[in-house]
Design a protein around this ligand. Structure first.
Ligand SMILES: [Zn+2]
Length: 272
């Protein structure tokens, strides 16, 4: 603390007030990051301790645990044991944190039992505090790409566009989601091959017809490949989520398109 205060003093003496303010700010952000890391780790450890007992205490939890064995179903605390753990590094508003997630094992069948907690939804890379910020940015009119730049600057870390989109989708399920376009009848997805300076390129294109019969191009995204990833990025960039379900998605049955649609438009009816 004294060394930091000294560094701040030195900057002020040199007339670098802006730099001194940034030092204070950086310290505050780091403090908040560490605090979130510590408190979430405590919550995880306590959840396991409550149901399985403290390590090597001989205590065997009573009652039902919140975790289920994929083979035997819901488990009592005493039907589970610890088996090490793994690291998870979600991104919070102040940067990346590292959490030790316990690995649980079913005593009945020796199968591993996934640990879950309401504060740590599975497969989520952005932590819940960022969900709110992503939704706010979007409602302020920020595109996903601009939102990503702002979030990346704030968290000092790179963020995948898909994670941002998933985060917004999770928030947008609420009743006050922004209004979309008129209901679509179908979206047609196709790719057009091109050569740009001798290199193969694809236009990943989407056409739409709405319930009123109106047809239009949603748009095309130029891509160096036509993989599932490329299609997912294209569907996000073209704002496909604005089109109201239910509608049919038409494609030539390409596996990459099918999988990308299943990820980005999981509730839509599909026709090939
Ligand atoms: Zn089991």
């Amino acid at each position: 603390m004294d060394r930091l205060a000294e560094a701040i003093e030195q900057r002020c003496e040199r007339g670098e007030t802006g730099s001194a303010v940034r030092l204070v700010e950086r310290g505050a952000v780091e403090l908040a990051r560490c605090w979130k890391e510590a408190i979430l780790q405590r919550v995880i450890d306590r959840a396991v301790g409550r149901h399985l007992g403290a390590r090597r205490s001989g205590y065997q939890g009573i009652g039902r645990s919140p975790w289920r064995c994929p083979r035997c179903g819901p488990r009592l605390g005493r039907e589970l044991r610890r088996n090490g753990g793994y690291r998870r590094q979600p991104l919070v508003a102040e940067g990346r944190i590292t959490l030790r997630i316990p690995q649980l094992v079913c005593r009945g069948c020796d199968k591993s039992v996934p640990f879950s907690h309401p504060l740590l939804p599975r497969r989520k890379r952005l932590w819940l505090d960022l969900d709110q910020q992503v939704a706010l940015l979007y409602l302020e009119g920020c595109s996903y790409r601009a939102g990503r730049r702002l979030i990346e600057r704030k968290c000092q870390s790179t963020v995948c566009l898909m994670s941002l989109w998933r985060s917004f989708q999770a928030t947008g399920k609420a009743r006050h989601a922004p209004p979309g376009r008129p209901p679509g009848r179908y979206l047609a997805l196709d790719e057009v091959h091109h050569r740009v300076r001798g290199q193969p390129r694809w236009f990943l294109s989407v056409r739409a017809q709405d319930a009123g019969g109106g047809k239009h191009w949603v748009g095309s995204v130029l891509s160096s490949d036509r993989s599932q990833d490329a299609w997912e990025t294209a569907l996000v960039e073209l704002g496909i989520s604005r089109y109201n379900p239910p509608f049919a998605v038409i494609s030539d049955g390409d596996q990459a398109i099918e999988s990308a649609v299943a990820v980005t438009l999981p509730i839509r009816r599909r026709e090939w």
